[in-house]
Design a protein around this ligand. Structure first.
Ligand SMILES: [Zn+2]
Length: 430
């Protein structure tokens, strides 16, 4: 229990150094936020997803937000319905789909296509529920993915059990929503299916770099835009000037590294993809998490800031690597400039600058930090035994408690926990 509390405090404390913005309102004088203030900002962030609702974006485009971790998006075309992403559960997928279709009050139009932006479960599992219904109606539904999507699924499936355990910890599945868990950063919470979904996704159409296709009487362009995943697809409807960016942009700092574990997400490719879609000059931006954005100037500025946030972290990591800094030291050096750190879409509700730096380092050069002492490290157990030989267990526990108390005293007097003390208490007690 103590360890859980310590871990939570370390995480909260690490966030507080990075938040400087009220919910949607720049407030540089509030930098950095105290733990209580940070908690309040995170609470406010939940309002994006509550209540669950269908947002009428305009141009016959609708986004169902708050039903599950990811949104379901509907385009009501002249000759049919196109769905983009289907959420992570069968039940929530159906509820979102019902509400989307009821919004236009027309169940006669066939569902003609489902476009999946990438292979993550929160974007495709609900597909099977929609296909079940389509079959009863005699509708022939095309399923679009990038050509690597099935390979990505297969690659991640070898670690399915382990990844699922790590995923439940990242998303705080064991915590009570609204009390212990405020939100999951890019959604209120990650949902789960009641039963195991054994269906296999079978795309009917794939593409390599980009493709143009007529669906429901509209022209759609599908573009490979490597970012949060390598199979990330952005969708562009030129006639509506509407862009669907998948998970390459949401209202939180990008998850350049997911602590549930993921293959390296190449930050440079991610920000280059943002430049690519920004050049389209979209009037409507409909992300697969968080709310749609309307207005060309607003969208262009948003893409610019989001791109700059990723590029800054990437460039600074490279800079310090070339100066022979090790990852722990780079983390201490790289701090986002206020203009980016205060930006509402770059607050560290989901991704973290520190964890991104470590991931960029490892993605570029591997796990070895160049220090010979890191080549054959002791295990945690070996190290603990050896430290115990030079410091008694009671002394270590006393030291851990002293660090914990120092941080708590600081928290009580100033509103700020002390990361270093909490981390030391964690290391002594793990
Ligand atoms: Zn997602």
């Amino acid at each position: 229990m103590v360890r859980i509390i310590l871990t939570t405090l370390v995480l909260v404390a690490s966030f507080t150094g990075c938040w400087g913005l009220g919910f949607g309102t720049p407030s540089p004088n509030k930098w950095p936020l105290s733990v209580l203030e940070a908690d309040e900002y995170l609470r406010n962030h939940s309002q994006i997803f509550i209540p669950r609702r269908v947002i009428n974006v305009g141009e016959d485009i609708y986004s169902a937000i708050g039903y599950a971790l990811a949104n379901m998006i509907m385009i009501n075309g002249p000759d049919g319905i196109v769905i983009i992403d289907t959420t992570e559960t069968m039940i929530d997928s159906w509820t979102a789909y019902e509400d989307l279709r009821n919004e236009i009050d027309d169940w006669t139009k066939p569902l003609v296509a489902i476009i999946l932006t990438h292979f993550h479960t929160d974007h495709y599992v609900g597909t099977f529920r929609l296909l079940e219904h389509a079959e009863t109606q005699g509708w022939n539904v095309r399923i679009f993915t990038h050509e690597t999507t099935l390979d990505e699924m297969a690659r991640s499936s070898v670690l399915k059990l382990y990844a699922s355990r790590r995923g439940t910890r990242q998303f705080g599945d064991a915590l009570v929503l609204g009390q212990e868990l405020l939100n999951a950063g890019i959604g209120l919470e990650s949902k789960h299916n009641d039963t195991i979904v054994n269906d296999t996704l079978v795309p009917t159409d794939t593409y390599r770099d980009n493709t143009t296709v007529q669906l429901a009487g509209l022209e759609f362009e599908l573009m490979r835009t490597k970012g949060e995943t390598d199979d990330q697809t952005s969708i562009w409807i030129p006639s509506k000037r509407a862009l669907f960016c998948g998970d390459n942009l949401y209202e939180a700092f990008p998850n350049l590294y997911a602590i549930r574990g993921n293959p390296n997400r190449y930050a440079k490719a991610w920000y280059e993809s943002l430049d690519k879609v920004r050049a389209l000059g979209a009037e409507y931006l409909i992300p697969s998490h968080t709310e749609p954005v309307v207005g060309a100037a607003k969208i262009a500025a948003l893409f610019t800031n989001y791109r700059d946030g990723i590029k800054f972290v990437f460039d600074q990591t490279i800079r310090y690597m070339n100066l022979n800094y090790e990852p722990d030291d780079i983390v201490m050096q790289v701090k986002m400039p206020p203009a980016l750190a205060y930006h509402p879409y770059l607050l560290e509700f989901y991704g973290s600058v520190d964890w991104s730096i470590r991931s960029i380092y490892q993605g570029l050069i591997g796990w070895f930090d160049g220090d010979a002492a890191s080549l054959n490290p002791l295990t945690k157990k070996q190290r603990a035994h050896k430290i115990k030989n030079i410091a008694t267990l009671p002394a270590m526990l006393e030291n851990a408690k002293a660090s914990y108390d120092r941080s708590n005293a600081n928290l009580a007097s100033s509103g700020f926990a002390i990361n270093e003390e909490l981390q030391w208490a964690l290391e002594l007690t793990r």
